[in-house]
Design a protein around this ligand. Structure first.
Ligand SMILES: NC(=O)c1ccc[n+]([C@@H]2O[C@H](COP(=O)([O-])OP(=O)(O)OC[C@H]3O[C@@H](n4cnc5c(N)ncnc54)[C@H](O)[C@@H]3O)[C@@H](O)[C@H]2O)c1
Length: 310
């Protein structure tokens, strides 16, 4: 039996998911499809029956949409078992993800119980949206084995997962977690520190707050705000986030006095933008990058918009 240190991805043989609700059942699908025996626990059998029903219908859709074969889906379902007994998850799981209610006290109680019940090497990951390990994980002895894996709904489909460290998370735990995400065909987004709301909910939240404020001020109807987001920068987003957008829109070539967004006082940002260089795109191959972008956009335009006009 492993005793904490020297752990590798290959030492993860079984995974546990505590909380089989909206997020938990989808998180379990990822692991089971990747070949891991997966145990889900929740408070009662009715919830767990619903989790299994959700898993079956989600995997049926995967098969219908040819994301997986019938055999792969069946194999995944066979690898999942459910229990109301936390000790069953704790005793044999090498990596446990909690997806219970987002309340600090509940997560603290759960992590403390798991700390008592699990072998020393077991990693505990939290799917919290806004809480931090330095708060609810502070009583846990294995500080090096705590990590955040923040999925996005629906977690069995959306590929990106934020992976964040708590104050004591070891590099080993962090690396195994990122490798496990790769193995489960998720995309780990490596965060360098913990912060309430982490990274992507802060970005999403900034837009949601502004959308609500502008709606309340009567700038546009909810329908038009929605349409505007989806048909403009939302249309581009599968290809570009804020940094690639800065590159591809050519803002880096603008005169320095209009290159920075207005009202930015931060010196690090000002210095970086003063360089007048793109973040990712090779300036020598800028035209090539634009053509690649345009081809992708044209395909999306035909598929999402023009096909509906015919
Ligand atoms: N729903 C989202 O969009 C979303 C996105 C990202 C992260 N999250 C986070 O994921 C976590 C779960 O959210 P959700 O939307 O799946 O909630 P949910 O209410 O759908 O599911 C939570 C499940 O946990 C169970 N549960 C509660 N306390 C428990 C305990 N002590 N032991 C075992 N099971 C327990 C509940 O019975 C329920 O089935 C939260 O921390 C939330 O912030 C949610």
């Amino acid at each position: 039996m492993l005793n904490g240190g020297g752990m590798e991805l290959s030492d993860v043989n079984q995974v546990g998911v505590v909380g089989g609700g909206t997020m938990g059942f989808g998180i379990a699908i990822n692991f089971a499809l990747a070949g891991y025996p997966t145990v889900i626990s929740d408070l009662n059998d009715e919830v767990l029956e619903q989790s299994m029903a959700n898993i079956n219908s989600a995997l049926n859709l995967f098969v219908e949409e040819e994301l997986t074969t019938q055999e792969q889906a069946r194999g995944a379902v066979e690898r999942i078992r459910t229990t109301t007994d936390l000790t069953e998850v704790a005793s044999d799981s090498d990596f446990i993800t909690e997806a219970i209610v987002d309340r600090s006290a509940d997560k603290r109680e759960l992590f403390n119980k798991l700390d008592d019940l699990c072998p020393r090497h077991t990693i505990f990951a939290s799917n919290t949206s806004g809480l931090v390990l330095s708060d609810f994980g502070s009583d846990v002895e294995r500080q090096d084995k705590l990590v955040i894996t923040h999925y996005f709904v629906p977690p069995h489909i959306v590929p990106g997962v934020e992976v964040a460290k708590g104050p004591g998370t070891s590099d080993e735990t962090y690396d195994i977690t990122c490798d496990l995400m790769d193995r489960a065909r998720k995309i780990p987004i490596r965060l360098r520190k913990e912060l309430p709301g982490y990274l992507l909910n802060r970005l999403q939240g900034a837009m949601a707050r502004e959308a609500l404020r502008l709606w309340a001020e009567g700038m546009a109807s909810a329908e038009d705000i929605e349409l505007g987001v989806v048909s403009t920068f939302g249309f581009r987003m599968p290809h570009e986030g804020p940094f690639r957008h800065y590159d591809l829109s050519g803002v880096w070539k603008w005169p320095e006095d209009i290159r920075s967004p207005r009202g930015i006082e931060n010196e690090k940002i000002r210095n970086r933008l003063a360089e007048g260089t793109p973040w990712f795109v090779d300036p020598e191959r800028f035209d090539e990058a634009l053509e690649k972008r345009d081809r992708e956009y044209i395909r999306r335009l035909k598929e999402l918009y023009w096909s509906k006009l015919e």
